[in-house]
Design a protein around this ligand. Structure first.
Ligand SMILES: Nc1nc2c(c(=O)[nH]1)N[C@H]1C(S)=C(S)[C@@H](COP(=O)(O)O)O[C@H]1N2
Ligand SMILES: [Mo]
Length: 304
């Protein structure tokens, strides 16, 4: 679990690798490395003014070089360095389970069928860092409804890709793969939940979960599964990777951002916005209080 800012992190990493003598040179190299090639532009993406935040957007190079994507490695810089190990074409997304119309989509058909709009969301990682990301995507609800969920569809399970070329999937990351996540159906249908296919108006970089990922901005970042290949609607609460890891004590199924409930190993009261020096207060539901009715009657202190 890495909770230092990127600049420090890069410097420390090179220090460890090369020793003090090479540090100055290495940090220059690290800065040069911390740039991401730009991908192809997405056509016709317009900002949705209803879903934006009046805060500085995290620069593209930070969003694309400071990542959690354990299939591509566990250090923050690994996913960008290993991005080419993920192949995003051909790509299919299978929708199965409690739906009237199951379907195996080709990703390009999804892109054509569901036009993306820009939504600027806060992203709060359980590790207590955060960003502001201009995602390009469409409501998860629109996608799910197209498959006509049955009355038994109480939950939605998401599965990320596993490709043998991805260096992290061989076991040393400490969590089982494929990466599995899930939502309750009413959470999945909430207008804030989106499937993202881009950021900053460009095709999603591989390290951010290309070609399609979940974004659930009121929950800790680990709920937002990347590089999705399968979506299953089901009656029972799905197993998730992180709750398998520790029985759910640290990384539970709900994982709503909550400054009042500490992680067993650290406080969640504050967070470090990538690029800032001082920490800021974490907001209930990451500032998306409109989701509160989803949890009416639940004691949120008991559901990590
Ligand atoms: N498949 C997969 N999805 C994942 C992860 C992962 O390791 N594998 N990490 C999660 C975590 S912990 C966070 S904080 C976000 C980070 O998204 P970003 O790297 O685009 O900022 O992705 C989430 N989705
Ligand atoms: Mo995270």
């Amino acid at each position: 679990m890495e909770i230092t800012p990127k600049s420090l992190y890069l410097r420390r990493r090179d220090f460890l690798k090369l020793g003090a003598g090479a540090t100055l040179l290495a940090s220059t190299a690290a800065l040069a490395r911390a740039k991401t090639e730009h991908g192809s532009k997405l056509a016709g993406v317009k900002p949705n003014p209803k879903y934006t935040v009046d805060e500085k957007q995290t620069p593209f190079d930070d969003i694309t070089t400071y990542n959690n994507f354990y299939e591509l490695g566990t250090d923050k810089g690994d996913p960008s360095e290993n991005a080419a190990a993920l192949k995003t074409r051909p790509w299919t997304v299978e929708v199965a389970g409690e739906v009237g119309k199951p379907k195996k989509w080709d990703i390009d058909e999804i892109l054509k069928t569901f036009p993306a709009e820009e939504r600027v969301y806060r992203l709060r990682c359980v590790e207590a860092w955060s960003m502001v990301v201009p995602w390009d995507g469409f409501p998860l609800a629109d996608f799910l409804k197209r498959h006509e969920p049955t009355s038994r569809a109480k939950y939605v399970a998401f599965e990320s890709v596993v490709q043998p070329s991805m260096p992290g999937v061989k076991g040393y990351a400490g969590i089982p793969f494929p990466y599995l996540e899930g939502l309750r159906i009413d959470e999945a249908m909430h207008p804030l939940a989106i499937l993202a296919v881009g950021l900053y108006g460009e095709q999603l970089p591989n390290q951010d979960g290309a070609p399609i990922r979940l974004v659930v901005p009121w929950k800790y970042g680990f709920k937002s599964a990347k590089s999705i290949v399968r979506i299953k609607l089901q009656e029972r609460q799905p197993t998730t990777t992180w709750s398998q890891y520790d029985g759910g004590a640290e990384y539970g199924f709900y994982a709503n951002v909550n400054p009042d409930v500490d992680h067993p190993r650290w406080s969640q009261a504050k967070e470090r916005r990538i690029g800032d020096i001082l920490r800021r207060k974490t907001l209930m539901f990451n500032g998306y209080g409109e989701v509160a009715p989803l949890y009416a009657g639940m004691d949120l202190r008991k559901f990590y």
